[in-house]
Design a protein around this ligand. Structure first.
Ligand code: FDA
Length: 319
């Protein structure tokens, strides 16, 4: 119920207009995002790298509604890839297809994606396509496969454990040798397409984690690249200690080496756990969003944990 309310707010233009002008909301947002500039993003990656943690940089934005804005977003992402190369940091990029034109047309979106993949390929780097709400799932997978047909190997995808279809998608994508990030799923979905209960989402997450780990093992355990850019097959994106513990134990049981899997978390969430896993010798990658289009991203984070809003109370009193 609370989650649905925040999900509604994340798409409401009126709420966005109020929030984007509020210094209190910005205080909350800045916990999750690196800042509004590319330089802010690179600085956060440098700090993470100095703690033995890799990153994936996200130029915030989604649901772009004109070809010009989609082209602008594409140029911004190309700059992000360039900046990672110039700064020599251990990171790659994550992108959203609706940011580069998916809602305008598959052709435009693919043209923009090709520019991004081409640029990343030139630097031996990798591009992760985030997964958005379920209305975009099939179109996202179609474009991913089109990229492979055009010869791009440097692209991976996200699977959301909450969707009923995910286990089958995962098996097919692994057969096609895609690298996968497994997450629970961040959008409000109908029970017609997604498990409504967290208990079922968690069970689905563990089942998918085991499938991913087995697949990495059967492919001779491809490792994280030494420059931290090309991830292993299995990316486990969660802050849930129980899911992480399950994956660690399962990988240990079947004999998947620590550098043939990667734990992924979001900037600003469970820093303690990120650093603990890195100290234990696991590969850790943190998702670092930056840019002015932070509103929907931050509202999804609040929807996941509304209790975090309590931290604003002292500011409200003072303000
Ligand atoms: P859960 O929500 O059960 O949280 C477990 C614990 O984590 C909580 O008890 C709390 O300690 C901590 N926690 C979680 N969220 C928090 C928050 N907002 N503030 C403070 N603490 C919090 N989704 C998607 O649909 N498409 C995508 O492409 C991606 N990409 C992605 C990349 C990466 C690297 C991560 C880590 C996550 C995503 N997600 C995503 C988001 C994902 O689907 C999910 O919504 C969040 O990770 C929260 O779910 P958890 O697995 O952490 O579990």
């Amino acid at each position: 119920m609370i989650r649905s309310f925040f999900s509604y707010l994340s798409k409401a233009a009126w709420a966005r207009n109020i929030a984007m002008r509020s210094s209190i909301v910005w205080k909350m947002a800045s916990r999750f995002i690196a800042g509004v500039t590319l330089a802010d993003g690179i600085k956060v990656i440098q700090q993470l790298n100095s703690n033995g943690i890799n990153a994936t940089l996200d130029h915030l934005g989604e649901d772009t509604d004109s070809p010009e804005k989609a082209q602008q977003a594409t140029s911004d992402i190309l700059q992000a890839i360039e900046a990672i190369e110039q700064a020599g940091v251990r990171g790659n990029v994550s992108i959203k297809l609706t940011q580069i034109g998916l809602e305008i047309g598959n052709e435009l979106c693919f043209e923009n994606l090709e520019q991004i993949l081409e640029k990343a390929q030139g630097y031996n780097s990798f591009v992760r396509i985030d997964m958005e709400d379920s209305t975009a799932t099939q179109r996202t997978l179609d474009i991913l496969r089109m990229a492979r047909l055009h010869g791009y190997e440097n692209v991976g995808i996200v699977i959301q454990a909450y969707l009923y279809r995910s286990e089958e998608d995962l098996r097919k994508l692994l057969d096609e040798c895609f690298k996968i990030r497994l997450c629970k799923g961040a959008y409000t979905e109908s029970p017609k397409v997604a498990y409504p209960k967290m208990q079922d989402i968690n069970s689905s997450y563990d089942r998918c984690a085991a499938i991913l780990i087995n697949s990495a093992l059967s492919k001779n355990c491809p490792r994280l690249s030494t420059d931290g850019r090309i991830p292993p097959v299995a990316g486990l994106a969660t802050h849930d200690s129980k899911r992480i513990e399950y994956a660690k134990l399962y990988a240990e049981k079947v004999g998947l080496p620590k550098d043939a899997m990667e734990f992924q978390m979001l900037n600003g969430i469970r820093k303690d756990l990120q650093e603990q896993l890195a100290r234990e010798g696991y590969c850790v990658r943190v998702y670092v969003p930056y840019g002015t289009e932070w509103y929907p991203y931050v509202m999804r984070r609040v929807a996941e944990r509304p209790a975090d809003l309590l931290f604003l109370l002292p500011f409200i009193k003072l303000g």
